[in-house]
Design a protein around this ligand. Structure first.
Ligand code: NAD
Length: 230
């Protein structure tokens, strides 16, 4: 079976009701990115950060995957499908995708702020227990924090992701402006003959690389178009 690798970003989930980072005003879901998505923001005001992700997590529990997510799952009938996502939502999993790597963490999980990757303290939250209470601590006594890779922190999943991209027979990028490193660098691991598709309603920096076929549509319509072309 051919291996098709998807690299998805915030635009993948727009049709499910989640906002992207808006280019110029630096907001995410109406909050300043600096405050809610950086390591500095977390250290400065953990209460505000935990509250922001509490709100987002509640929203996620009621969100549904869109047709784009579902068509990626459907391709598993004919391809070995791997999804590498920058998204912290679980909409690929909800659509049924079997192989999903989260580069930037998972909104449904919380962890120790002393060592976010200490698996003993990573907790999966459920819909009826999805709030981190003010001052709540992990088992090691440190503040509980969202299992999210903030800007300014390392991205441990980048190496396994690069290996997967290097094995791709087809690479499809959906809904990412590819300006956030190290994720943005993943495309360069694709083999020279691997076809690369970009599904995005707008031009992006990746679009300028010349090597890819741009399907200038949103995630769902773009996936329908891709399936016709494969
Ligand atoms: P980005 O905001 O930089 O870029 C989003 C891209 O999506 C843009 O190129 C835009 O043109 C495109 N887009 C808009 N509507 C679309 C649609 N309907 N279908 C397809 N594409 C569409 O996002 P990014 O590159 O993913 O980087 C932002 C960072 O923010 C990521 O690291 C991610 O972790 C985080 N983030 C996550 C979520 C989420 O989990 N749902 C949401 C916002 C931001």
């Amino acid at each position: 079976m051919k291996k098709i690798v998807f690299l998805t970003g915030a635009g993948m989930s727009v049709e499910s009701g989640f906002k992207t980072f808006r280019g110029n005003d630096g907001l995410w879901e109406d909050y300043p990115v600096e405050q809610v998505a950086t390591h500095e923001g977390w250290v400065t005001n953990p209460l505000l950060v935990n509250n922001f992700y509490n709100i987002l997590r509640k929203k996620l529990f009621t969100a549904k995957p869109n047709e784009g997510h579902c068509l990626i799952k459907e391709l598993e009938n004919d391809y070995e499908v791997m999804v590498i996502t920058q998204n912290v939502d679980d909409l690929h999993e909800k659509a049924g995708s079997a192989n999903v790597i989260h580069l930037h963490g998972e909104l449904t999980k919380v962890c120790s702020s002393k060592d976010p990757y200490d698996s003993r303290y990573i907790e999966q939250l459920t819909e009826d227990n999805c709030d981190v209470a003010p001052g709540a601590c992990a088992g090691d006594g440190s503040l509980l924090r969202p299992f999210i890779v903030f800007f300014g922190e390392s991205v441990p999943m980048i190496e396994p992701a690069a290996e997967i991209v290097a094995q791709a027979d087809i690479l499809v990028i959906i809904g990412t402006s590819l300006v956030v490193y190290p994720a943005a660098g993943l495309v360069q691991y694709a083999r020279p003959r691997t076809p690369i598709y970009l599904i995005d309603p707008d031009d992006t920096p990746a679009h300028a690389s010349g090597r890819l076929t741009h399907i200038k549509k949103g995630a769902s319509e773009g996936m329908k178009e891709l399936m016709k072309r494969l």
